[in-house]
Design a protein around this ligand. Structure first.
Ligand code: KIV
Ligand code: NA
Length: 274
C-alpha cells in the first residue's frame, strides 16, 4: 500500500510524477479510487451528479458533510479534499474559516477547496495561516455560472492575463495546489511553468502537474453528458440499463427468482392449500 498523502507531499510533487485525482461521493467508489489515486475530491459536483440539481449552487454544507463522511470511511491513503459549497466562504475570511473548520472537524478531510483567484487570495492566506490547507480552483468556476453566463472555455485571447494573475495570486497566498478548469492548453501550460504549486487540470492540458475528472463522467454513468474534456473509460450507464432490462424481463416471465435464489423448508411445515 502507498503511504498516506499530505498537502505538503502533494506540493512537493510540483514538476514531477503526474498527480492522479478523481472525485468520489460515496464509500464504495472512494475505496476503488483510493487504490489508484493520490487525491480524492468530494466535489460540490455531487449536487448535479447524485442529487439531480441543475448546477452546484443548491449544494450546502450539510450535503458536503454527509458525503465527506461517507468518502472518509472508504479511504486509506489518498489525500481527501472537500469543496466549500457556494455561499459558505465568499463573504469574509472569517466566514470561510468557520465553515472550513466545520468541514474538517465533521468529515476528517485533509484540506478544503474553494473557487476563485485574485479575489480569494486574502481568504486562502487567512485559512492556510490558521492550519487549513487550501486547494484553489480557477478558470471555469462553476459556482459563478450565472455571472459567467454558462460553462464556456475561460481565458481565451486577452482574457488569459486575468487567469494568469489568478494562478499567481493563489500560489502566493499559500494554496498547496490549484485546479485549472476549461482553459486553452497553451494557457494551462504557461501557468504550470510559471507558478510554484502543482496545477491539476480538468479540460486544461497534459502539461499540468496532475489531472482530475468527475468519476461518474469517466465511468460513463451519464448517456447524455459528454463534454469534450472527458475521456470515457467505461459505459456503466449502458451496462446498468442492460442489467435492469434483463431483470425486468426475468420478473415478468417468472425466470427470477430461480431455485437457487429461494429458501427451502420441510414440506409438511406449510399447511396444504384449501
Ligand atoms: O466539484 C467538482 O467535482 C470539482 C472538480 C471537477 C474539479 O470541482
Ligand atoms: Na467543485
Amino acid at each position: 500500500p502507498r503511504p498516506p498523502q499530505s498537502p505538503p507531499a502533494i506540493l512537493a510533487r510540483k514538476g514531477g510524477q503526474p498527480i492522479v485525482c478523481l472525485t468520489a461521493y460515496t464509500t464504495p467508489i472512494a475505496q476503488l479510487v483510493d487504490n489508484h489515486c493520490d487525491l480524492v475530491l468530494v466535489g460540490d459536483s455531487v449536487g448535479m451528479v447524485l442529487h439531480g440539481l441543475p448546477n452546484t449552487l443548491g449544494v450546502d454544507l450539510d450535503m458536503m458533510i454527509m458525503h465527506g463522511r461517507a468518502v472518509r470511511r472508504g479511504l486509506k491513503s489518498a489525500l481527501m479534499v472537500v469543496d466549500l459549497p457556494f455561499g459558505a466562504y465568499e463573504q469574509s475570511p472569517e466566514q470561510a474559516f468557520h465553515n472550513a473548520a466545520t468541514l474538517m472537524r465533521e468529515t476528517g478531510c485533509d484540506a478544503v477547496k474553494l473557487e476563485g483567484g485574485v479575489h480569494m487570495a486574502e481568504t486562502i492566506a487567512f485559512l492556510t495561516r490558521r492550519s487549513i490547507p487550501v486547494m484553489a480552483h480557477i478558470g471555469l468556476t462553476p459556482q459563478s455560472v450565472h455571472t459567467i453566463g454558462g460553462y464556456k472555455v475561460q481565458g481565451r485571447g486577452a482574457d488569459a492575463h486575468a487567469i494568469l494573475r489568478d494562478a499567481q495570486a493563489v500560489s502566493e497566498a499559500g494554496a498547496f495546489a490549484v485546479v485549472i478548469e476549461k482553459v486553452p492548453d497553451i494557457l494551462a501550460r504557461r501557468i504550470t511553468s510559471d507558478i510554484d504549486i502543482p496545477t491539476i487540470g480538468i479540460g486544461a492540458s497534459a502539461a499540468c502537474d496532475g489531472q482530475i475528472l468527475v468519476v461518474d463522467d469517466m465511468l460513463g454513468m451519464f448517456a447524455d453528458f459528454r463534454p469534450k474534456f472527458v475521456k470515457r473509460y467505461a459505459d456503466l450507464a449502458g451496462d446498468a440499463d442492460k442489467a435492469i432490462a434483463a431483470y425486468a424481463e426475468d420478473v415478468r416471465s417468472r425466470r427470477f427468482p430461480a431455485a437457487e435464489h429461494v429458501f427451502g423448508d420441510v414440506p409438511a411445515s406449510v399447511p396444504d392449500a384449501g
